[in-house]
Design a protein around this ligand. Structure first.
Ligand SMILES: [Zn+2]
Length: 162
């Protein structure tokens, strides 16, 4: 039997065949992207291999649009935090991503974060870093009003308004 090249593995085999064949899986894991192939095909090869390693389906989107957006927000926060000298030690999986603002209850908009109820990262103690314990998601409006107040100061203001 002729030896099948890695390029042919994903070109001619179905997803089930790739996943079901341990030998091909192992081959794919250890093989370098085919250098003689076109760039497009090498990119495809690497994507399939990466997904196989993670146990994800080899085709179709693995993440929802919302998850993609939330991950993007987190990485943007990591970059902007670094510029401000703030540590961002949050992992996507550990975070709570509410559908509604925990303060006012309005539906959070994760796609337009600068709008009235856009989702925003808030540091509970605003002088502290973006750690899991110190970060929550609030809507733009609530976050703006809270500004740099500590929970005690915010409570004092709310009591005063009453
Ligand atoms: Zn709110």
């Amino acid at each position: 039997m002729r030896k099948v090249t890695s390029a042919e593995v994903y070109e001619y085999m179905t997803e089930e065949e790739i996943l079901g064949n341990k030998k091909y899986n192992t081959d794919l894991f250890h093989k370098k992207p085919p250098s003689s192939e076109s760039r497009q095909s090498a990119v495809k090869f690497m994507r399939v291999r990466k997904r196989l390693r993670r146990g994800q389906p080899t085709e179709g989107p693995t993440r929802s649009r919302l998850e993609q957006r939330q991950r993007q927000m987190l990485s943007q926060k990591r970059n902007s935090g670094r510029k401000q000298g703030l540590e961002v030690t949050l992992a996507f999986e550990d975070m709570v991503w509410p559908t509604n603002c925990p303060c006012c209850g309005s539906i959070l908009d994760y796609f337009q974060c600068q709008t009235r109820h856009g989702a925003q990262f808030d540091r509970i103690i605003s002088s502290d870093h973006y750690t899991l314990q110190n970060t929550q998601i609030l809507c733009f409006r609530c976050n703006k009003h809270k500004a740099d107040m500590t929970p005690e100061e915010a409570k004092r203001l709310a009591d005063f308004m009453n």
